[in-house]
Design a protein around this ligand. Structure first.
Ligand code: HEC
Length: 219
């Protein structure tokens, strides 16, 4: 038993240090405090993404019908909310921008965001969206990505909203980005506790069985 406890604490310590080692950003990241099981938040995030990000970014590993199925929308709803009725549900979520335009107007091609949350972390996306500031010359810059060529696309929203509302909006977008990075997470979270409950039940059974086997043996 002692050994078991010792092993568990070692594993916990190890995984915690691995998570910490994944950081390495120059600025302190704000925790997004998003929740993948909050379906309303994911739906809001998807709509904001369509309205404020898809002008430049795509998520080419996702199709509209997958988003619909995972976020609790019908096929018609997902098209109405995210594609202004312009796409088919089997279509990949593509940016509305032509490839040459990004390069010509912004100087870089805006990256596909399918795996961005996996690459940089949900907290990073949340922080990045909230780190725009006006420099001395009145130009927008970003503390998280200095000199970025991405404009401050949420500026008007931020001006209209209270601080809490803007925090929620950026949290919803980060939440949607995390979901898009690993859609299977939603199912896994749901399955996870059932598996744990089953394993605990199995542990109990094996323990009782062990007691039964050793009952008549002196040890
Ligand atoms: C006007 C075009 C445009 C829009 C709209 C836009 N982006 Fe971007 N985005 C860019 C460009 C260009 C880059 C590349 C920036 C760079 O490398 O400096 C970028 C980069 C990013 C990155 C990667 C940052 C990094 O550290 O490399 C993220 C994350 C991102 N955008 C998220 C979003 C989200 C979320 C939205 C919607 C709220 C959005 N973008 C809307 C143009 C845009």
């Amino acid at each position: 038993m002692k050994k078991f406890v010792w092993m568990i604490s070692l594993l916990t310590a190890l995984s915690a240090s691995l998570v910490n080692a994944a950081g390495g950003y120059k600025i302190e990241l704000e925790p997004a405090q998003n929740n993948l099981q909050d379906q309303d938040s994911l739906q809001r995030g998807a709509v904001h993404f369509a309205n404020y990000c898809m002008a430049c970014h795509s998520v080419k590993y996702m199709r509209y019908n997958r988003v619909a199925r995972d976020l609790g929308w019908t096929d018609e709803e997902v098209l109405a909310k995210m594609a202004y009725g312009q796409n088919k549900v089997v279509d990949i979520i593509q940016t509305r921008m032509l490839p040459e335009t990004g390069l010509a107007v912004l100087g870089v091609e805006p990256p596909d965001l399918s795996l961005m949350a996996r690459l940089k972390g949900t907290d990073y996306i949340y922080t990045f969206l909230r780190s725009y500031y006006e420099d001395d010359k009145g130009n927008w810059n970003n503390h998280a990505l200095p000199g970025t060529s991405m404009p401050n696309v949420l500026e008007s929203l931020q001006r209209q909203m209270s601080e809490e509302e803007f925090a929620q909006t950026t949290r919803d977008i980060a939440n949607f980005m995390e979901y898009v990075g690993e859609p299977a997470q939603l199912k896994r979270l749901d399955l996870g506790w059932k598996v744990i409950a089953f394993l605990l039940f199995l542990l109990l059974l094996t323990y009782l069985l062990k007691r039964e086997y050793w009952r008549d043996i002196k040890h």
